[in-house]
Design a protein around this ligand. Structure first.
Ligand code: ATP
Ligand code: MG
Length: 411
């Protein structure tokens, strides 16, 4: 407010001017809030890449724990010891799945749609959040439809949407007295004339739900009811645009089956037939063969692969570098090569090029062990060459199956 005085002919006049600043102040506050939200989201982004690096590094030790536990299990005569080894293996396998789901999501790559099973994505997301859900005292019930057709989708993006919905439910339930419940349902939409068939998925909780006044805003960017630092208000708006890009939709349902909030998404089915089972590569060498060269700079991992393959009746030699591998290949006959993709001197791709020059018959007999899900270069190499790949951490049976698939039947 501004007040001023004017004297005219001995009389004093006062003039007041009032400007209502509420709107301006609110706008400034809103800008500050959105800036804070962006800062928060950038911080999370940075932490995400850091965590992805850590998860990636966990792959080697995890592969060793998984592989050794499996070998131990097969060597134990004592059933109690065998059961212990089995528990270690199962726990390591679970860690492996968690790391893989995480890396799959953290990977920055162009949108890649393929035929995917929604039920598998649900299981992956729940597994990833299992610790938080359990410590939050939340029971998750899965009612997943049998024989659900696949949808055409980018599994990373859909996985992200599922995580957003589950984290929202978990946060909403943190103030709810027990029992705290989340229900995830899937099913096939009945055919409608107006549109292609879709798979639907519901995430419902028995939390406080969403009030009438907030219902219209939950999909708006930066709308959040969480305290500063608690939420950026981007989860649902990003999720909805992702699902819409897939030709589907994400909705807030009127009445949740558990009394709290309930979100329902639907995604169109994939029109393409299911991907064919991988077929064995054509044989390039005639004789019955079983000698494998393992190339890996990490001795523990190499020795694990050797033990696994030897237990499966292969004869195994080990090279710590690509150069040593080439020397061995020059000296003896090998029937298959299992190589790490990322090695200090000569990496897997360089080894592949050398093998193409010097031992072309072995080219179709190479399988690459990779933990490098984050690197677009590695993915590009595997795609271009069509080489078989095995992602770390792997189960021993996967390694054996992958090597057998390279060899003529009966070996
Ligand atoms: N399951 C739920 N139960 C109750 N309220 C919910 C639920 N899911 C979402 N909401 C409401 O919708 C708002 C927006 O959700 P959204 O996921 O978009 O953002 P956020 O969770 O606040 O932040 P973030 O960007 O970290 O996800 C939440 O702040 C909350 O008020
Ligand atoms: Mg959220």
């Amino acid at each position: 407010m501004v007040l001023w005085r004017t004297d005219v002919g001995g009389a004093a006049f006062y003039t007041a001017s009032i400007v209502d600043l509420t709107e301006r102040r609110n706008a400034a506050q809103e800008i500050e809030r959105q800036r804070e939200a962006l800062r928060q989201s950038e911080k999370l982004n940075a932490m995400g890449s850091l965590l992805a690096g850590v998860a990636h590094e966990l792959n080697n030790p995890l592969a060793i724990v998984m592989g050794r536990a499996t070998l131990l299990e097969s060597k134990c005569d004592d059933s109690a010891l065998r059961a212990d080894a089995q528990r270690i293996r199962e726990a390591a396998e679970r860690c492996g799945r968690i790391v893989r789901t995480f890396l799959d999501m953290a990977r920055q790559k162009p949108v890649q749609r393929r035929n995917v099973q929604v039920n598998d994505m649900v299981r992956g997301a729940v597994e990833l959040l299992q610790y938080n859900l359990r410590t939050g005292g939340i029971d998750v019930e899965l009612r997943l439809a049998d024989a659900l057709p696949e949808v055409l989708a980018d599994p990373d993006q859909i996985g992200q949407v599922l995580l957003n919905l589950l984290v929202n439910a978990q946060q909403a339930l943190s103030t709810t007295p027990r029992p705290r419940r989340v229900l995830i349902e899937t099913g096939l939409e009945s055919q409608r004339e107006s549109r292609a068939p879709r798979v639907w998925l519901r995430v419902a909780d028995n939390g406080p739900g969403i009030s009438e006044e907030h219902r219209a805003h939950v999909f708006t960017s930066f709308f959040t009811t969480k305290s500063a630092g608690g939420g950026t208000g981007l989860g649902l708006s990003v999720s909805r645009s992702v699902i819409r890009e897939h030709g589907g939709d994400l909705l807030l349902e009127g009445h949740g089956p558990l009394g709290g909030a309930s979100f329902r998404m639907s995604i169109p089915l994939s029109a393409a037939p299911p991907a064919p089972e991988p077929v064995a590569l054509p044989d390039a060498v005639d004789a019955p063969l079983s000698r494998v060269l393992v190339v890996d700079d990490e001795p523990e991992l190499a020795s694990l692969m050797r033990d696994i393959l030897e237990a499966a009746q292969f004869e195994v030699a080990h090279a710590e570098t690509g150069a040593v591998a080439l020397e061995l290949l020059g000296e003896a006959r090998f029937d298959a090569i299992v190589s790490d993709l990322r090695m200090p001197d000569m990496d897997g791709a360089a080894l592949w090029r050398e093998v193409r020059e010097r031992h072309p018959l072995l080219l179709r007999r190479m399988v690459f062990v990779t933990g490098d899900t984050l690197s677009p270069a590695a993915a590009e190499f595997l795609r271009e060459t069509g080489c078989a790949a095995l992602e770390k951490p792997f189960a021993p049976a996967d390694l054996v199956a992958r090597v057998r698939a390279l060899l003529p039947a009966g070996v």
